[in-house]
Design a protein around this ligand. Sequence first.
Ligand code: IMP
Length: 405
Amino acid sequence: MSSNTLILGLQWGDEGKGKIVDALSKEVHAVCRFQGGHNAGHTIKVNGKQTVLHLTPSGILHPNVNCVIGNGVVLSLEALDKEINGLIDTGISFDNRFYVSSGCALILPSHISIDKIRDKKESIGTTGRGIGPSYEDKIARRAVRFGDIGNQDILRQKVELLVSYHNRLLVELYNEKPHDIEDVISEIMSYKHLYDKYCTDTQGLIYDWVKDDKSLLFEGAQGTLLDIDHGTYPYVTSSSTTAGGVSTGLGLGPKYIDRIIGISKAYCTRVGEGPFPTELFDDNGKMLAEKGHEFGATTGRPRRCGWLDLFALKKAVFTNSVTDICLTKLDVMDEFSEIKVCVEYQNEEPVYKTFRGWDSSTVGISAFENLPIQAQEYINFIEDFVGCRISYVSTGPSRNQTIHR
Ligand code: IMP
């Protein structure tokens, strides 16, 4: 019998989703992205070479797995072309197994200009990839969509309208240079091979697969606290990063999601601006950053680090109906004498519970009973507090450095 699984982040992204997505993706018929764009970053090794996937679902590494970019994703043709070419160079084939929804809103060069100039003024700390402005235009019903490339007249009409609007913003509001409409149209058309090869009705495909009892994996990007509705607004990304995004971003109802695996680090990190109540500014924070190699995969920016926020994690479990938690990077906490977790807020300040650290290496431990007792206590407390089973614990970057419970 088939089983469809959703994997998503329970914090501010970068929870280490990649490892578990990689492990599960080889067992499914298709891996589907449902939101976000090339703001996501997932570092993997392909044939010994380090590669970062921004758009392509990680199923692409397994030759028999289909990959879908659903309508909920905002699409940069330039980024997609570059990523596909890079992967083809390493020997990966996209033929007859890679599908992109005709409904994806395109990211145009003018979206990137608007994102960058605005972020200088409003300072959300975006990835500067045009994600927010592209989603704005989608909601405002003026987006150019991937499928529009199939009709030159419609494409021209829509680009003229949209880029004229962008140019007014850029010139009149931001004192920036306008974009040449003909250049934008030529640039889009220079990627027509992507439309010819990969553009399709992905909802129809998914419908057929579900009917044929195939197992699917839905791959989330970013994390729950960056969700446009349920995150730390306005310091969020512009998509629905939570479980509901699967239904809207791919066009299948929630009853087809059988299992929801939420990924959380054993501590917390955040890139970009915005509230982070448990952030550490002392040596503990530095130790997490250094030991955890906490630098953003997309922008290379250092990540802010802090204690685990169980109040937020419990809410994230509810928001997403998480069925299983995967706790990652436990080994990064090996050297602490004391570890804290936030259990509630009083007057907007975090209230902590303090644990004894385990002060010994957990790297590579793959059985729960072999963990130091303090680490077991830490994990059991998290599980009880948030009311959800921690089914996986990651103790290192390799696939076998994982505890399955
Ligand atoms: P945007 O998604 O580029 O609009 O950026 C909005 C916020 O989301 C910024 O704080 C980014 O740093 C953050 N963000 C976007 N994508 C990711 C991600 O994949 N991991 C972590 N943070 C992200």
